[in-house]
Write a protein that binds this ligand. Structure first.
Ligand code: PDD
Length: 295
């Protein structure tokens, strides 16, 4: 079965899928993206990801390339044409292809819409057993981190700096010395009192993760105390447990931060419980999907 991609109205073999060299996504990173997990044939938190896609596009004045309903048709087509049940669906919308010029192109330039689907295993037992190291790096990004922009150079450099040190993720630290988030995930710790801490999404300092929003709602319903406040690397070193969250990593337990072992270096009991809650939520077809609240 060849992999199928979607490019501007056509389903094409992934290997030969192309956009124009003057696409503004390529030339200016002038675009928005989303990543949606496909778990057991179900697009996880689809509503939330589409809510955020629409909001990100609106924030940078790109029109939706098609209605939400049509987008969902293409998303389902991607799943059925690729014949996989587990993977990551990537959606990218750029401002379109036009002669290179910083200002917005003429209104008749249509946004470019691309989707790809990549197989991914969601072996939760293996993921739970795979607690991974994290390192901290300076956060050198622009100030609108609430927008899921394809301009990811700072995150690419952060992740690579982490990988070079043997880490799976890099937690970025702002100018005031507080952790913002991971290069492609949100950051969470559990403090000595057993409280869950994550940075507030206010002030555009982080990307408001769709997984993060679902976890917040689940923790609230379960009575797990959650404090939304920024924390420093020094606080994180002393955490009982730590994890990252994202559409594809789901919940990644953290074994160490900058070489400081977290707990016994394995997934902790609260993270384990939150993981179970999330998987029950993500895989229950009858469960109402969490709406993503832009605030
Ligand atoms: N990244 N913060 C950043 C900077 C991210 O890039 C991501 C997701 C998240 C988590 O958001 P969500 O829970 O909605 O996936 C937080 C995706 C997975 C990526 O770039 O591949």
């Amino acid at each position: 079965m060849p992999r199928i991609a979607y490019v501007n109205g056509r389903y094409v073999p992934h290997l030969s899928a192309q956009v124009h060299i003057e696409d503004r996504g390529f030339q200016f990173a002038d675009g928005i993206y989303e990543v949606v997990a496909l778990i057991d044939g179900k697009l996880c938190d689809e509503v939330g990801h589409l809510d955020r896609l629409e909001r990100s596009l609106r924030e940078i004045d790109i029109a939706m390339p098609m209605s939400r309903r049509s987008l969902q048709v293409v998303m389902r087509q991607m799943v059925s044409r690729n014949r996989i049940k587990n993977g990551a669906l990537y959606i990218q919308v750029s401002r379109g292809a036009a002669a290179r010029d910083f200002k917005f192109p003429a209104p008749d330039v249509h946004p470019t819409l691309v989707m790809t689907l990549r197989y991914m295993s969601f072996d939760i037992a293996a993921r739970k057993a795979g607690a991974k190291p994290v390192v901290t790096v300076p956060d050198i990004r622009w100030k609108r981190r609430d927008i899921k922009s394809t301009a990811l150079l700072a995150q690419v450099l952060a992740k690579q700096a982490g990988v070079a040190k043997g880490a799976a993720e890099a937690w970025m630290v702002d100018d005031k010395g507080f952790i913002t988030e991971g290069s492609s995930s949100n950051a969470w710790i559990i403090d000595a009192k057993g409280r869950l801490l994550t940075r507030p999404a206010s002030g555009n300092g982080i990307l408001k993760g769709v997984t993060r929003s679902a976890l917040q709602a689940l923790c609230k319903a379960e009575g797990i105390e959650l404090v939304e406040r920024a924390f420093t690397p020094a606080e994180a070193y002393k955490a009982r447990e730590a994890f990252t969250s994202s559409a594809t990593a789901l919940i990644m337990p953290v074994s160490s931060i900058d070489g400081h072992k977290i707990g016994n270096g394995k997934i902790g009991p609260i993270t384990d419980k939150i993981y179970d809650l999330y998987m029950a939520y993500a895989t229950d077809p009858a469960r109402k999907q969490q709406k993503w609240d832009p605030r």
